[in-house]
Design a protein around this ligand. Sequence first.
Ligand code: M6R
Length: 633
Amino acid sequence: MNYDWHVVFNLYLVVSLTFYFHFFVMCWIFWYTGSWDTVSVLLHGLQRLEYRWYDSAWLYVTWKDWSHLERAVGKVSELTSRFDQERDVSSYTCWIAHTRWATHGGVTESNTHPHTSNDWKRIIVHNGIIENYSKLKKELIAKWYTFSSETDTEVIANLLQEHATWSFVETVKEVQSRIRWAYAVLILHVDSPNEMVALRLWSPLLFAYNDTNEYFFSSDAQALAWYAKKLIYLEDGDLLHFHTTDAWKDYTIFHNGEVTKRDSETFDHEAMEASKWDFKHFMLKEIYEQPNVLSRVCKWRVSFEDFTLHADAFHGMHQEDYKKIVTVACGTSNYVWRLWTYWIQQLAKIEAQNEIASEYENKPFFVDPRKLHIFVSQSGETADTLSVLKMLQEQWGKSFGVVNVVWSSIARLTDSWFFARAGTEIGVASTKAFTSQSLCMLLLALFLWKRRGMRLSLYQKIMRELEHLPAYIETVLDQSDQIRWIAMQLMQYKDFFFLGRGYQVPIAYESSLKFKEITYLHSEAYPAGELKHWPLALIDENVPTIFILPHDEMYEANISSMQEIKARKWKICVIWDRSVEWSDRQISIPETCDELYPFLTVVAGQLLAYHLADLLENDIDKPRNLAKSVTVK
Ligand code: M6R
């Protein structure tokens, strides 16, 4: 027999894609009941599910005999903005949140979950696809049921009405026997607010709880990180009946109609964070986490409504009017400090000194009550940094830490410390730790500046822009494909230059470090003003220059430096916020204030390094000869 291989291949594609869309869940559920700030828990849970595909999001809340629904077609942030910040969260009793990736019916509010039965009594959220929904729908229409959405989910709601009995659970069991996979379903009944039923078949659904009487359902354990202690993975065919009174909360699990017991597992947050999700590398995942990480850094430290910095979050910074601050760190953490010296000197006008830990201990240093040493470290265990800290303590010097690991040595040994809240960083090349630590440092600089009498208009401008920083970073991330294309053009070169001025000098250094660390290609970083002093001797048509050129105060001076390069017809790639006619390639970034540009330009630099290293097929997460935590000297 003669096969047409194109036909065979296309058939294979159709079959495998059908299989894919049948078995892959396209929506994500998060449900919570308990005594915490439910709005924050749910919205945070949804944000942690955002790395999944979705096109609409909603929240449903019950409030004793009252209920409230918010839907948003688009991003979770749109949903967030609809909620009244002044709400009385203590009165809400139960919540469901959901993100949807349209399968049955388009991206419209009417197709967005939850769906209700015709009598408005049953409220359903569903992940998956009900395979026999069109047959069931026809049967229901024949019985005069109407449908307000194009979804298969609405069929479940009306089936529940059709088969209603005296018992909520028995009715659900009956409907469960009629619907064919795949599903994870949560069902509420308006007349029975103290119970809820969950079903699972072929679509993931987790039930979780903790010692303080908080209960959760989620399609993905990511949403549960930091909240739940115990986890039950429901199995195919399971029905979980959750019931409450004012005094207690309890649940019963049925499997194929019979009561069954499922063992709970202790939730491993570290392992959870250690998952790559759908990203090719941890480094890429961590680059993409940055908008969330930066929001987290600000949480409980900044109020954007009135631009206040919560003083109690800055303990350790109150006591003294420091006349000098010395920062001590290694590698990427050292560039955080270099950046900080610009902020603290420009804004708070405090003299700052930046030291590489491995060298600082080789020269005598002086201790003074009005001199503070700040130690920055992602791991909190870096031997060189730790060794300086111990020397300082022997002389009773004052210390402060900015650390990403709570139980680390630097966190324990410093007089006080600031938690960077980046989450576990797995990739050896540090990305989200750099931006989170930098943001911590900026907040510290703003705090000290405020105490010394800041310029109100500039302070307000920075705060206003800070609120939008995560969104600006998203815009840079959206250019990943374009950056990869630029990386492809750069593949033929072996040497590179990174140049910047002012705030962008530490970013040029950091981008060059990242570039070298994972591409193994040679690169140099310099302040652009140095160009004519000697680096021009090295640049020729075989050395592309990556010019970091935001539209800041240094712009005009930078343009002159660029022209010096361009006049010699050498290659220039610019990272900046407007189109420039001299450049060969551009990575554009949104406009913001001078103080915040570093957060945007550094992300563009991270992506450029990542894509080039990936194109070169390097082992990105474990660059040769390097370790994540350098605990030896
Ligand atoms: O854990 P630390 O922040 O103290 O580590 C310092 C350096 O070893 C680290 O930043 C290193 O330079 C990174 N791999 C660079 O991406």
